[in-house]
Design a protein around this ligand. Structure first.
Ligand code: APR
Ligand code: PHB
Length: 396
């Protein structure tokens, strides 16, 4: 069967669904092709912190109702080291901008609910992209896949590769056309989701001689907690009791009244950590957005927000093209995104380097890290720099 649309989108993660949503609002037709089921995509436990700009975009485009009801607005974030807790006060340091704790899977569900029926093709197998090399014009780009056992093809003016880090769009671009910038970290995060009232109203990033730990949350009754671990750590070596024990040690506070709340572990897993950027983010009629083009280590919670800022720029480019026949905004897509992407890469790398133990580091490096933590928590200029990046740099 052959289908036609203006923009064919591969991947129904936050990038693909948000792009489809923004295009729909501009009267531009799109079809999203997704390998997994809606249930799988919605239940994947992922990030949970929205920059204010991301939350504002959801509200402005009519998908912010549940976010407004259930999102937890945070006006600060904590660092803990040497048992002492330091707060970055966004009201004071970031002109009152804030972050909103709201799980990525709810963002995805809200976007699915907003999608006018039929625009997302789920459980599409063997997706491949074709005829995207030339400039936009008469020749159509194509997405081929199998759905319900049948071969299908979508003809489109443009393809948006929103299929994540392991997707097929980036590898379909001739290797010589792309430059890859990459850094793999010598550690990962072991994360749990627990039925436990969060022990702190705000996130706590902890630097500890046993390794980094993070206390985060999803709702007023669900905690999300992480500890630094080896990248190849076997989750089977970590029964719940051992995880709680390690969290208690790393998150220990000099405040005798502070206690880590424990609860039933609902989900656990290990994720590797990597910084990755591909340049440019466009080849002919194929545009890469979100994790397909770049990934950040999770320290600072930027992955989802970066995906959203990409598709905002991309949607503007398509809108100008279809409204005024102007190609300049679309042609500027990669350059414009990469300026912000690299600043966010720098921030995520810096947070990661400051807060984790590296096995190549020695006692000098640990003293240096402590001095950096002391500096960033005591200097107004340094605190302000952290806060403005944490709440989100301007979109432009
Ligand atoms: N065909 C169709 N769909 C595919 C294919 C394929 N060959 N390969 C991958 N996909 C789908 C995945 O199943 C997934 O639903 O593309 C989607 C990509 O979604 P994400 O990985 O969530 O990437 P993105 O939308 O860019 O969002 C980035 O998500 O992973 C987090 O930390 C990341 O918060 C960041 C955000
Ligand atoms: C999360 O809640 O999953 C989270 C929060 C902050 C981070 C990373 C992950 O920096």
């Amino acid at each position: 069967m052959s289908l036609r649309t203006q923009v064919g989108i591969v991947g129904a993660g936050p990038a693909g669904l948000m792009l489809s949503h923004l295009l729909h609002r501009q009267g531009i037709d799109s079809i999203v092709v997704e390998a997994r089921s809606r249930q799988y995509v919605e239940e994947r436990v992922r990030a949970g912190v929205l920059e204010q700009g991301t939350a504002d975009l959801m509200a402005e485009t009519g998908i912010g109702d549940r976010l407004k009801r259930e999102g937890l607005i945070h006006h600060g974030v904590m660092f803990r080291f040497g048992g002492q807790t330091h707060r970055f006060d966004f009201d004071e340091l970031a002109n009152g901008r804030c972050i909103i704790v709201y799980p990525q899977n709810k963002v995805v569900a809200d976007l699915f609910d907003a999608a006018a029926g039929g625009r997302v093709i789920l459980e599409a197998e063997d997706a491949s992209v074709h005829d995207f090399a030339g400039a936009s014009g008469v020749a159509k780009a194509k997405i081929r896949f199998r759905a319900g056992g049948e071969a299908q093809e979508i003809e489109c003016d443009f393809i948006a590769g929103c299929d994540g880090f392991h997707g097929i769009c980036r590898p379909s671009i001739p290797a010589g056309a792309l430059t890859v910038y990459d850094r793999v970290y010598p550690f990962g995060w072991l994360g749990i989701l627990a039925e436990a009232r969060p022990s702190s109203e705000e996130l706590i990033y902890a630097y500890h001689e046993r390794g980094f730990a993070l206390l985060s949350m999803r709702t007023p009754t669900i905690s999300r907690l992480y500890i630094q671990c080896k990248p190849e750590e076997d989750i089977n070596d970590w029964p719940d009791a051992r995880i709680w024990q390690e969290l208690k040690l790393r998150l220990a506070s000099s405040d005798p009244n502070w206690k880590l709340t424990e609860g039933k572990v609902l989900q656990k897993g290990v994720t590797g950590m990597r910084s990755f950027v591909v340049e440019p983010m466009q080849f002919g009629k194929l545009f890469l957005a979100g994790d397909a083009a770049h990934i950040v280590p999770p320290t600072g919670a930027k992955g989802l927000n970066l995906a959203v800022s990409d598709v905002r720029v991309l949607a503007d480019g398509f809108a100008e093209f279809y409204r005024a026949g102007k190609k300049s905004t679309l042609e500027d897509y990669s350059r414009k995104c990469l300026r912000r992407v690299w600043k966010v890469q720098r921030f995520s790398w810096w947070m990661t380097s400051m807060l984790h133990l590296f096995d190549t580091d020695n006692a000098f490096d640990q003293r240096r890290q402590l001095a950096e933590l002391d500096y960033v928590t005591s200097s107004r200029a340094a605190s302000q720099s952290l806060a403005e990046n944490y709440v989100g740099l301007p979109m432009e």
